[in-house]
Design a protein around this ligand. Structure first.
Ligand code: PNS
Length: 159
């Protein structure tokens, strides 16, 4: 049984995340999307809102579930008995940071393996940060996020 976590902040979920989720779900038996509940970080969406959006987005994928976690990713992985972490690489700029985290996680939990998938070129420039920046000025985010969440995102900025 290959159980994997696709962790992230998902604040908000983007088309790039969704592509990663669909592709990862084909590689493993079970995929758990782990939403980081980081109370010290100023999130646009509450963890509950982020979990429900991801649940709505993935309801057609039978081997995908959504959960949230506090604290260290490796502790969450141990708790749910997952041995694979999936991360997306958009560009070389992601690599250094991701390598460091993957090596640290492997050092403290040798059973965990991090698998990197390269994002599709058409989504390589998308990040939740850019989405928020655009949306905060009322910019067009229709190419960046799932259509059904555009209204939720604009509403956070009073549009
Ligand atoms: O969507 P993000 O912000 O790129 O996701 C980053 C995330 C949630 C994967 C990362 O920050 C994380 O694993 N946080 C939990 C705390 C932790 O385990 N840190 C390990 C650093 S070595």
């Amino acid at each position: 049984m290959r159980r994997a976590i696709y962790p992230g902040s998902f604040d908000p979920v983007t088309n790039g995340h969704f592509d990663m989720i669909e592709r990862s779900a084909k590689l493993v038996d079970e995929l758990i999307i782990g939403v980081l509940n980081n109370s010290s970080k100023n999130s646009l969406f509450s963890v509950g809102e982020r979990v429900s959006m991801l649940e709505e987005l993935t309801c057609h994928l039978p081997n995908v579930t959504v959960d949230s976690f506090d604290g260290l990713l490796v502790d969450f992985a141990k708790r749910i008995d997952a041995t694979i972490i999936i991360r997306g690489l958009r560009a070389v700029t992601d690599f250094e940071y991701e390598l460091q985290i993957a090596q640290t996680n492997h050092e403290v939990y040798p059973d965990i393996e991090t698998v990197f998938l390269t994002t599709r070129l058409e989504y390589a420039y998308i990040s939740s940060t850019i989405v928020k920046e655009f949306a905060s000025y009322g910019g067009d985010i229709s190419h960046f996020v799932p259509q059904q969440f555009m209204g939720h995102i604009y509403a956070k900025y009073g549009y």
